[in-house]
Design a binder for this molecule. Structure first.
Ligand SMILES: [Zn+2]
Length: 230
């Protein structure tokens, strides 16, 4: 192979190596924690928190209602006892009892509402639990295949790295320097229809002649990349 062709081969191996490393790291992350499972786990935790808050409000409401019921009964008893003779006092107490009854009815409505909320929260927790369970099962069943993929990618990476070094060692030092000095990416561009494929600028006829010989490194006059005939 000519120097520029070696450099192109090297570049392709470097690109493959980069892609492999990226895939390997994504797979490793996935095997550490499945994002699907993590997000369903968080969703379940949030729903359990809501369920607990509603249950706490329901307990509090039960407790308050019980206290109000006791108070209402004792007032009603007092009203019916006939002990209160003063008409003004009697009217006052009667009004108080009516007021308490009205409030009690409101509290019962609110309690019904809370019970509905509580049931809905229970359903949500049950559903989220089932979803998480399913995702965990799915994730676990996919794992052996993913591990196998990971192993084969690691193997490929090892051979790509070796090949990359082997190709690089065949590149003449001058071409190596020309390649290393370049700051563009990718550094090597193919030429087709007399054009640099990276920047689409036409290569001069003298440039094309040099490229056909292939012994020297030819740079694109526009983008500076190392050119190679495809
Ligand atoms: Zn160019």
């Amino acid at each position: 192979m000519k120097p520029a062709q070696l450099l192109l081969a090297h570049q392709r191996l470097v690109e493959r190596e980069r892609a492999l490393r990226e895939e390997i790291s994504q797979l490793e992350t996935r095997l550490e924690a499945d994002p699907e499972v993590v997000s369903l786990d968080e969703a379940l935790a949030a729903k359990v928190a809501v369920q607990q808050a509603v249950a706490a409000r329901l307990r509090e409401s039960d407790h308050d209602r019980e206290a109000h019921r006791t108070k209402l009964r004792s007032r009603e008893k007092e009203l019916m006892s006939g002990r209160i003779r003063n008409p003004t006092e009697l009217i006052q107490l009667s009004e108080e009892v009516e007021h308490m009854k009205a409030r009690f009815a409101e509290e019962e409505d609110a309690e019904l509402h809370l019970m509905e909320e509580n049931e809905a929260a229970d359903v949500e927790v049950r559903e989220a639990t089932a979803q998480l369970y399913e995702a965990r099962r799915h994730s676990a069943s996919a794992e052996p295949g993913l591990r196998k993929n990971l192993d084969s990618m690691r193997e490929e990476l090892t051979s790509v790295e070796a090949e990359r070094d082997q190709v690089w060692s065949q590149v003449p030092p001058k071409a190596q320097q020309a390649y290393t000095r370049l700051r563009v990416n990718p550094k090597v561009a193919e030429v087709s229809n007399n054009q640099c494929r990276a920047c689409h600028v036409t290569v001069t006829s003298s440039g094309m002649q040099l490229l056909r010989k292939g012994d020297e490194i030819v740079h694109c006059e526009n983008c500076g990349r190392i050119l190679v005939l495809s």
